[in-house]
Design a protein around this ligand. Structure first.
Ligand code: BES
Ligand code: ZN
Length: 631
């Protein structure tokens, strides 16, 4: 009976047409179909059933003066012979002309841009002549192409050259390339890109390691990837090797500290392969971007994009690298089919990240990470429940008429992580790891819905190994709000000692000896500070440990959040400076939110924001505008 219920869920959720009407059970063929036919993606206008893109040949010139990309996107399609249009996603692109035919034969065809939608952009409908299997779109990017951030020399470390980077996830690839922008659609690509000769350009592909005089660079991505992994960065960038298949790119000013920080990278790659199977993307490089990069990291294949705020000088924030590396399996290899299945990307990746860190150091280390995750998760679940958004605490999301960015919360990451950790606990690590190796292998280069994952889990783990894991338990994790009673609780002796030290200080005024504390113990200590700490205590804390002067961005951000609650004025200049320099949304949102809690704080925040806003990427602007009611 349990199995039957789950099957019905699979079929109803994907709306599969040819199910067995009598029993509700899918036949093995239509489970196969689920794997090969993309499910309907509400965040794309594409109709992959008619014509689906298979390869992109991109020719582009990056024009820093006009802040535009001039491009030609040649797309090879596989089509239903009866289909007479190809639909691509676009947003604010200026389409000059469209041709169709073969790779080399280009005949002008009619096209039209559909009605503009604030979230989705406009469908580009291209008339397909009967024998055409290539289309060629000549276009330029428009004003405010949301994926792109054009930086003035002033916004870079070197201050001499401009910089451009993209951020395509979730649905911003369509703002710089016309394509089928859905995570269920994969294609290979090649590109030729021209930049001013003093700059180097890199993509999510096989990359150059040095500049050439022409400023023209060739790229190739031979593994099929979804559109959200299209990426580009251009600037005064140099390369340093870290090992046989890894290296780091950065502006020359940062390259040494970046190479120091990421020295464990080759070891991480080997550990990851030892856990869940071979690394399938040849090289793994990292580029350290200017501080306005809106995320900590972005798993662009072959070239992770990273914020410079993880360069702490002591390798204490490199779990972020483990995270982006882990996406080479969870996300880039097995990809969430739609943004409503986002937890499949991030929950798996947090789980895998944690396993890499456990193997690289020990479980004492990874349990600290897990506890910090749990704190974030509980806080967010409480907040969402209070704000009547309990639906958003489901792992499987409902994003109808919403921006997929609404789904980027700790639920996907940390509730997803704890679900998988719970599955590990209930299966035993040996069986669980064996299952995951097979999962990544059998589903490599394919997309995955939540429903198909649950089906696969039951078939290949629960039933096969006769495990006592029940449908209602799985349903609770995936389709119910809040946190299950069975939520695993990590333990950390180190954090328990920090808790005791904090108590002692609060009760006796004796400061702990913190010489041996890791960044994570500091974070736990700061998070544990009571909100009603008296002013004298705040001052003496900061005078003793100079938290306001910390060189570690995570510690700074955690401390500033408290400093705002305490209205601790000596920290405010440093807060303003931080907000103007750093564009990482994970830091900005909580700080602006904390400031916006009081009229005085909101005024300060708005003043800072006026100045900082032009330095932020669209995704951060979009969030902070809302927090500050900024128009
Ligand atoms: N893929 C995400 C970033 C992302 C998610 C961008 C959704 C746009 C939409 C990336 O892997 C990520 O999770 N970054 C985190 C890293 C952290 C969890 C270690 C970040 O940026 O903070
Ligand atoms: Zn991630």
């Amino acid at each position: 009976m349990r199995l039957l219920v789950s099957m019905v869920i699979i079929l109803s959720a994907v709306g599969c047409g040819n199910s067995n009407q009598h029993s509700g059970l899918p036949t093995s063929t239509n489970i196969e179909n689920l794997m090969t036919t993309p499910v309907k993606d509400i965040h794309s206008n594409a109709e992959p059933g008619q014509a689906i893109m298979q390869h992109l040949k991109w020719n582009a010139e990056i024009d820093f003066d006009s802040m535009r990309i001039l491009g030609k996107a040649s797309i090879r399609i596989s089509r239903d012979p009866k289909a007479d249009i190809l639909i691509l996603d676009t947003k604010n692109l200026l389409i000059d002309s469209v041709k169709a035919g073969s790779e080399t034969r280009e005949t002008p065809v009619d096209f039209s841009l559909g009605k503009f939608d604030e979230i989705l952009g406009s469908a580009l409908e291209i008339d397909l002549p009967p024998d055409a299997d290539w289309v060629h779109v000549y276009y330029q990017t428009g004003d405010g192409a949301e994926a792109l951030q054009w930086l003035s020399p002033q916004q870079t470390a070197g201050k001499q050259h401009p910089f451009l980077f993209t951020q395509s996830q979730a649905i911003l690839a369509r703002t710089w390339i016309p394509l089928q922008d859905s995570p269920g659609i994969r294609f290979t690509y090649e590109a030729s890109v021209k930049v001013p000769p003093e700059l180097l350009v890199l993509m999510s592909a096989e990359n150059p390691q040095q500049k050439n005089q022409q400023g023209i660079y060739q790229f190739k991505m031979e593994q099929p990837i979804p559109a959200y992994l299209m990426a580009l960065a251009a600037g005064n960038i140099t390369f340093q090797s870290l090992g046989s298949r890894s290296g780091v790119y950065a502006e020359p000013e940062l390259i040494d500290s970046a190479a120091y920080e990421f020295a464990e990278l080759e070891e991480m790659i080997s550990i990851a392969e030892g856990l869940y199977g071979p690394y399938r993307w040849n090289r793994y490089d990292i580029i350290v971007l200017p501080p306005s990069f809106p995320f900590g990291g972005m798993e662009n294949p072959m070239l992770t994009f990273a914020t410079p705020t993880i360069l702490a000088g002591d390798r204490s924030l490199t779990s972020l690298v483990a995270h982006e590396l882990a996406h080479s399996w969870s996300g880039n290899l097995v990809t969430n089919a739609t943004w409503e299945d986002f937890w499949l990307n991030e929950g798996f990746t947090v789980y895998f990240e944690n396993r890499i860190m456990e193997a690289l150091y020990d479980s004492e280390y990874s349990e600290m990470l897990a506890l910090l995750s749990l704190q974030d998760l509980k806080a967010e679940v409480d907040e969402m429940t209070k704000n009547k958004q309990a639906g958003d605490t489901h792992l499987k999301l409902d994003l109808k008429n919403r921006n997929p960015d609404d789904g980027v919360t700790t639920i996907a990451y940390e509730k997803g992580y704890f679900f998988l950790r719970w599955l590990e606990e209930r299966s035993g690590r040996a069986l669980w790891d064996k299952f995951l190796i097979r999962y990544f292998d059998e589903n490599a280069f394919q997309s995955m819905t939540t429903e198909h994952f649950l089906y696969y889990l039951k078939k290949n783990l629960i039933e096969k190994q006769h495990l006592n894991i029940y449908q209602d338990e799985l349903d609770e994790w995936v389709y119910h709000s809040g946190l299950p009673e069975s939520l695993p609780v990590p333990r950390s002796g180190k954090f328990e000692r920090v808790d005791m030290d904090l108590d002692i200080w609060l009760n006796t005024g004796t400061f702990p000896s913190t010489d041996q504390w890791s960044t994570h113990e500091w974070l736990h200590f700061i998070r544990g500070l009571p909100n009603d700490l008296d002013h004298a205590a705040v001052i003496s804390l900061d005078e003793t440990f100079d938290l306001t002067g910390s060189g570690n961005a995570e510690i700074l951000a955690a401390w500033f959040e408290k400093a705002i609650v305490y209205d601790y004025k000596p920290a405010y200049p440093a807060i303003a400076e931080f907000l103007k320099k750093v564009g990482r949304r994970k830091f900005l949102s909580p700080l602006y939110r904390a400031l916006a809690n009081t009229p005085e704080g909101k005024e300060f925040a708005t003043e800072v924001y006026e100045e900082a806003r032009p330095n932020y990427h669209f995704v951060s602007v979009n969030s902070i505008d809302e927090i500050l009611d900024y128009e």
